[in-house]
Write a protein that binds this ligand. Structure first.
Ligand code: 13P
Length: 338
């Protein structure tokens, strides 16, 4: 297998000062997001919303790639793939079929979508995708996660990644340990480490080329309902410590999910990690909610607000771009993107 192309695309996705926008919400999830601003989730509203994001002028300066729904078009009939490419943004696609209840394991999930994946990947590659994403979900709770859940998800991620590389798509490997729950940062760290260890074992078993992939993990935080919340610096240190233990230096980049953090928290955490320096990989972002929250708030489904929504997106992407260099400051929240 020739991996040069994979390595080039992987590096481009984590180019300095840039990160990924995750805009690949399933119909159910986007419905929830639109509902939060009282916009009905019609096909046209979903299309319009994504058009706002993808046509934001200057977004290509801070955004390297977009995970999207590959077949949609702008109002004037241009494909989203084309619009993104014009901005120098690499188009990507979510290829899993969702996390489903795992039989015999109450409260745990297994991600589906391997059957027929080789053929689907070929089609997405043809449509212009250059990278793909598969999300596994691990839940922390009483007696969970189980080893069976962690290992089954790791195996599926590795099989997906191998198929992607065979089909000339860079796999983004997303084992998300959820932040929902009362768990402490120590417990979150332990489960994240265990999960990533299993993922990298499976990737090695399946001969996945580490230089041609990206990892999309959760940060190591205090559980959302944990009474004792760790500080920004504690989160940064715990996350980097955990990743250094298990992520080989051959992996070009780590692109975090935001997972329910506020937009500002997600930026602050990334910034604090990049300030630490001495990291073997690029530390970047692949945020969904943390990039989109301000856009939804500004847009509210009204055409009159499109320009304000695009300014909000450009601003948030700029803040995260600064965080890639450890140069973000709180004053930037109210400053104009420069
Ligand atoms: P969040 O940043 O909202 O967690 O979304 C990232 C993502 O792509 C989840 O699969």
């Amino acid at each position: 297998m020739k991996t040069e192309n994979l390595e080039t695309v992987a590096k481009k996705l984590v180019a300095p000062g840039k990160g990924i926008l995750a805009a690949d919400e399933s119909t159910g999830t986007i419905e929830k997001r639109l509902k939060s601003i009282n916009v009905p989730s019609t096909e046209e509203n979903r299309r319009m919303y994504r058009e706002i994001l993808f046509t934001t002028k200057g977004a290509g300066e801070f955004i390297s790639g977009v995970i999207q729904t590959i077949r949609q078009k702008t109002r004037d009939g241009r494909s989203f793939v084309e619009v993104l490419e014009q901005q120098g943004i690499v188009p990507g696609i979510k290829v899993d079929k969702g996390a489903k209840a795992m039989a015999n394991f109450a409260g745990e999930k297994i991600t589906e979508g391997l059957d027929g994946l080789r053929e689907r990947l070929a089609e997405y590659r043809q449509l212009g995708a250059r990278f793909a994403k598969w999300r596994a979900v691990i839940t922390i709770g009483d007696g969970i996660p189980t080893r069976a859940c962690i290992d089954s998800n790791a195996e599926a991620l590795a099989r997906y990644a191998a198929l992607c590389q065979e089909g000339d798509l860079v796999p983004i490997i997303e084992p998300e340990v959820l932040m929902d729950g009362t768990h402490t940062i120590e417990r979150y760290s332990e489960v994240t480490e265990q999960t990533l260890r299993s993922v990298f074992d499976s990737l090695a078993e399946h001969r996945v080329v580490l230089e041609g992939m990206l990892l999309k993990p959760n940060m190591v935080l205090s559980g959302k309902e944990c009474p004792q919340q760790a500080s920004v610096q504690e989160v940064a240190e715990a996350t980097v410590r955990c990743l250094k233990r298990v992520v080989p230096a051959a992996v070009p980049g780590i692109v975090f999910l935001s997972g329910g953090q506020t937009d500002q928290q997600a930026t602050e955490h990334l910034n604090a990690m990049n300030r630490m320096g001495d990291l073997p990989w690029q530390l970047s972002f692949s945020y969904g909610r943390a990039l989109q929250a301000p856009v939804l708030k500004a847009w509210k489904g009204d055409t009159a607000n499109v320009s304000a929504a695009q300014t909000a997106f450009h601003h948030r992407a700029w803040c995260n771009s600064k965080a890639r260099f450890g140069k973000y400051t709180e004053e930037m929240e109210t400053a104009k993107a420069a």
